[in-house]
Ligand binder design. Structure first.
Ligand code: NAD
Length: 315
């Protein structure tokens, strides 16, 4: 892909997540042009007007509502359209509804002549990213899901709170499905440059219980928020903005995204949350961490769960 001097994002779905992402892009001055597309055209148009009124306080950016033909010269198409979880619903419960919606959306985007990168956030994100890769025919490097970027951010926040250390100094990953089978990679967690096992006795039962409690709060965070306010959107919006920045700035940053595995971690033909190097080309490389036995089993279980749902969804 040749590097252009404009960074254009086409955002499909301007609901809670999409509009929060648009606001994050504007606040952080990440893109030069943002097109908002939604089947509710008034919502997209209203958001474009509202966001544009912040331009006096932000970096220059062209913001407008549009349609699929606007994807033709977009560098990045971000999809946040589709149904969201209702209280008590799992992410996997959304699969059938959202695959149908995605077939329509991705076909329309590709019909525009789009040849950039897809970034998917709609749930179940790993399966819908796989669907986007299949429906679009684009190389796997250019179809990315938000994966466990949000779960990883939640983990870093909670570990930081526990140790009273800046979240940004916590280096820890959640891997696997963005959903109930995800898992924390404690074997590769560092605070600053110190490995967690140098700071605490990981075999101590009380400490084990505390780490388990932190992880459960990460895994179930969406349920807790949805019970309280109906949807989650600010955290994921910041995560999507972070991935967008890594792409547009050609950063080669390591972020936990949903990426296609073709042999990595012993898995094949599945999109799942893994650390990956992100740059202007999309996914440069999946980072393969040597997992311990427990984590390896958790990865296999998570991957197997996604594959089972996909077998039914795509049959
Ligand atoms: P929402 O209902 O507020 O917004 C969805 C938007 O999609 C609406 O504006 C709707 O009009 C639009 N839409 C639906 N079908 C469409 C179509 N065919 N074409 C164009 N637009 C269409 O929902 P939300 O709270 O913004 O959530 C969106 C998705 O993001 C959900 O699937 C949710 O589960 C997911 N989500 C993902 C993460 C993550 O970490 N990946 C976090 C939070 C939410």
């Amino acid at each position: 892909m040749t590097i252009k001097c404009t960074n254009k994002v086409a955002l499909i779905g301007t609901g809670f997540v999409g509009s929060s992402y648009a606001f994050a892009l504007l606040n952080q001055g990440i893109a030069h042009e943002l097109v908002l597309i939604d089947m509710n055209k008034d919502k997209a148009d209203g958001d474009a007007r509202d966001l544009s009124h912040g331009l006096a306080f932000a970096s220059p950016m062209k913001i407008h509502a549009g349609d699929y033909s606007d994807c033709q010269d977009a560098d990045l198409v971000v999809i946040t359209a589709g149904a969201n979880q209702k209280p008590g619903e799992t992410r996997l419960d959304l699969v059938e509804k959202n695959i149908k919606i995605f077939k329509g959306i991705v076909d329309e985007v590709m019909a525009s002549g789009f040849n950039g990168i897809f970034l998917v956030a709609t749930n179940p994100v790993d399966i819908l990213t796989y669907a986007t890769w299949k429906f679009s025919g684009l190389p796997k490097e250019r179809v990315i899901g938000s994966g466990t970027i949000l779960d990883t951010a939640r983990l870093r926040y909670l570990v930081g709170e526990h140790f009273d250390i800046d979240t940004r100094n916590i280096h820890a990953y959640i891997m696997g499905e963005h959903g109930d089978t995800e898992f924390p990679v404690w074997s590769h967690t560092t605070i600053g440059a110190s490995h967690l096992s140098e700071l605490i006795d990981m075999e101590n039962e009380d400490i084990q219980n505390k780490l388990d409690e932190i992880f459960l709060n990460v895994r179930d965070a969406a349920y807790h928020i949805i019970e309280r306010k109906g949807a989650t959107y600010y955290g994921i919006a910041m995560g999507l903005a972070r991935i967008t920045r890594a792409i547009f700035n050609n950063e080669n940053s390591i972020l936990t995204v949903s990426s296609l595995l073709q042999g990595e971690y012993g898995q094949d033909d599945v999109y799942i949350g893994v650390p990956a190097i992100i740059n202007r080309e999309g996914v440069r490389k999946v980072v393969e961490l040597p997992l311990n036995e427990k984590e390896r089993q958790q990865f296999e279980h998570s991957s197997g769960t996604l594959k089972k749902v996909m077998e039914n969804a795509f049959s």
